[in-house]
Design a protein around this ligand. Structure first.
Ligand code: GLN
Length: 447
C-alpha cells in the first residue's frame, strides 16, 4: 500500500485518481496481514485495486466523472466490489473516467483529462482511462472498470495493459452507475490475463440484486487451458486490410495471425456484412438507454442542485444543464430523439432489429470458429484535443470493440507490441458467451 501511495503521489500529473483512500487502505492492509498470519486470508489477499468512478462503495463519494453527483455518497457497495473485499482485496482509491462512461479519450471528465503514461500529450483512451493508466503506471496492481462499448478494452489497448469484458450478465451490475443497461459490463484491467481472470472469477456469478445476471456456474478462469486440438480462429478482414487502420497495427495483427498459423491453428478471414451498421446501432441504442437512465439525475434526488431556481421545472432544467457536461447532454438529446413518438420506429425499433441481425451474423461466425480476432482499435493513442471537435471521428475509435457489447459476447484485449513511436498496440479476442476461460487461455498463450 505504501509503495502504491508513493507512486500515486509521484504521478499526480497523469490525473488518474480522483480520491485516494490512504488511511483506509492502510487499515485494510493491516487486517490482511493478520489474516495471513492466521491462515484465514482470502484469494485476493494484498491485491491493491482501484475503482473506476462509476462503482458504488458504501460511505464513499461516487461521481461518475460528473458535476451532477457533487456531494453524493454511496449508500451501499456494488456486488462486484463487495466480492473483491470479501476476498481481502485492498481498495486504494477512485479513478477518473469519462462522464457517465461516455467517451473514448477520457476528455469528457468534469475532473479534467487523464494522460497516457507512455506519452502524457496523448489520451489514455476511455472511458476507463484512469483505470488503465493506473495499471500502466504501476499506481495499483489492477483496476475495475466498466465496458459498454469498449471502455475497458480500448483504454487497455492504448496503455499496453490487459482488459477483459465478460459476457453480458456474467458480473452483477448492482452498484454500477448505469449508462446503457443492456450493454454495461463490469470488467478488470490488469497487467496480465491471469490477474484479470482471477478478478473476474471473484466478481462473477448470480446475484439477487440484478435480474439480468446469469446463474451459470463460474468456472476457474485463471487456470483454464486451451483444448488439445488445433484452434479455429477467424479474423476480421477489415482489421488487416482497411486503410482506416494504422499500418503498424495491421502489421502487428498479421504477425499474430502468422504465428498462430505457424503453431498449427486454422486462421481464416471473415467479413461482417454489418460492420458499417455496428456504430450507428450502438450509438442509437446506448443513447436511448442513457437518456432514460440519466433521467433520475433531476437535481432533487442526487448530488448537485442549482439554487437559483424559481419552480420545479427550472430546478430540473438548470440543475441538469449545469450538472451535465456537453457530451452527456448531446447523448441525452440524441437518445430522447430516438425514443420520441414520431421517430421511435425509424430509429429505436430499427436499431433493435439490426442488433438482432448483428447477433445472428456473429452466431454464424462462431458456429465455425472458436475465436474472432481483430485489432482492439484502428489507431494507437491520439493526441489530447485531436478529436474533441469531431464526435464522429471520436466514435470511430470504438469500431472494433462495440460488436462484443451489441451481441453480449466476452472479449479480451492484450498488448501486441508498439508502433514506431513506441505507443502500445492492442489485440482483441472475442469468444462465445461464457467462454471467458478459453479467452484467458488464448490470451495467456499469446501474451
Ligand atoms: N467509447 C464508447 C462510448 O463512448 C464506449 C464507452 C463505454 O464502453 N462505456 O460510448
Amino acid at each position: 500500500v505504501e509503495h502504491y501511495l508513493t507512486r500515486i503521489a509521484d504521478h499526480q500529473h497523469l490525473n488518474v485518481f480522483t480520491d485516494v483512500y490512504a488511511d483506509e487502505a492502510r487499515q485494510q492492509a493491516d487486517a490482511v496481514d493478520h489474516k495471513l498470519a492466521s491462515g484465514t486470508a482470502g484469494r485476493l489477499a494484498g491485491m491493491v485495486i482501484g475503482l473506476k468512478d462509476v462503482l458504488c462503495y458504501a460511505g464513499h463519494g461516487v461521481r461518475a466523472g460528473s458535476r451532477i453527483l457533487d456531494g453524493f455518497t454511496a449508500q451501499f457497495t456494488a456486488t462486484a466490489v463487495e466480492r473483491l473485499l470479501s476476498e481481502d482485496a485492498i481498495i486504494i482509491g477512485r479513478q477518473n473516467c469519462d462522464e457517465f462512461a461516455m467517451g473514448s479519450s477520457n476528455e469528457n471528465s468534469a475532473f479534467g483529462p487523464v494522460r497516457n503514461a507512455a506519452d502524457p500529450e496523448r489520451v489514455p483512451g476511455g472511458s476507463s482511462g484512469g483505470s488503465a493508466v493506473a495499471v500502466q503506471a504501476g499506481l495499483c496492481l489492477a483496476s475495475i472498470g466498466s465496458d459498454t462499448g469498449g471502455s475497458v478494452r480500448q483504454p487497455a489497448a492504448f496503455c499496453g495493459v490487459v482488459g477483459l469484458k465478460p459476457t453480458y450478465g456474467r458480473v452483477s451490475r448492482w452498484g454500477l452507475i448505469a449508462y446503457a443497461s443492456s450493454f454495461d459490463c463490469i470488467g478488470p484491467i490488469a497487467n496480465n490475463p491471469d490477474d484479470a481472470a482471477l478478478l473476474l472469477e471473484v466478481m462473477a456469478g448470480a446475484d439477487e440484486f440484478d435480474s439480468t445476471v446469469s446463474s451459470q456456474p463460474v468456472s476457474a478462469y485463471a487456470s483454464a487451458q486451451l483444448p488439445e486440438r488445433p484452434l479455429r480462429i477467424a479474423y476480421l478482414r477489415d482489421g488487416i486490410e482497411s486503410t482506416g487502420v494504422d499500418a503498424s497495427i495491421r502489421e502487428a495483427t498479421q504477425q499474430t495471425i502468422d504465428a498462430l498459423r505457424g503453431a498449427g491453428h486454422t486462421v481464416e478471414p471473415v467479413e461482417l456484412s454489418l460492420l458499417n451498421s455496428l456504430l450507428p446501432t450502438y450509438y442509437i441504442l446506448t443513447t436511448a438507454e442513457a437518456s432514460s437512465n440519466l433521467s433520475r439525475f433531476d437535481g432533487v434526488r442526487y448530488g448537485f442542485r442549482d439554487t437559483s431556481v424559481t419552480d420545479l421545472l427550472s430546478l430540473y432544467k438548470k440543475s441538469r444543464t449545469a450538472g451535465f457536461g456537453a457530451e452527456v447532454r448531446r447523448r441525452i438529446l440524441l437518445g430522447t430523439f430516438a425514443l420520441s413518438a414520431s421517430y421511435y420506429d425509424a430509429y429505436y425499433t430499427k436499431a433493435q432489429q439490426v442488433r438482432r441481425l448483428i447477433r445472428d451474423e456473429t452466431e454464424r461466425v462462431f458456429a465455425e470458429y472458436d475465436f474472432l480476432l481483430s485489432p482492439t482499435t484502428p489507431t494507437t493513442a491520439f493526441k489530447l484535443g485531436e478529436k474533441t471537435e469531431d464526435s464522429l471521428q471520436m466514435y470511430l475509435a470504438d469500431i472494433f470493440t462495440v460488436q462484443a457489447n451489441v451481441v453480449g459476447y466476452p472479449a479480451l484485449s492484450i498488448p501486441n507490441g508498439t508502433d514506431p513511436a513506441g505507443l502500445p498496440i492492442g489485440l482483441q479476442l472475442m469468444a462465445p458467451p461464457f467462454q471467458e476461460g478459453a479467452l484467458v487461455a488464448l490470451g495467456r498463450h499469446l501474451y
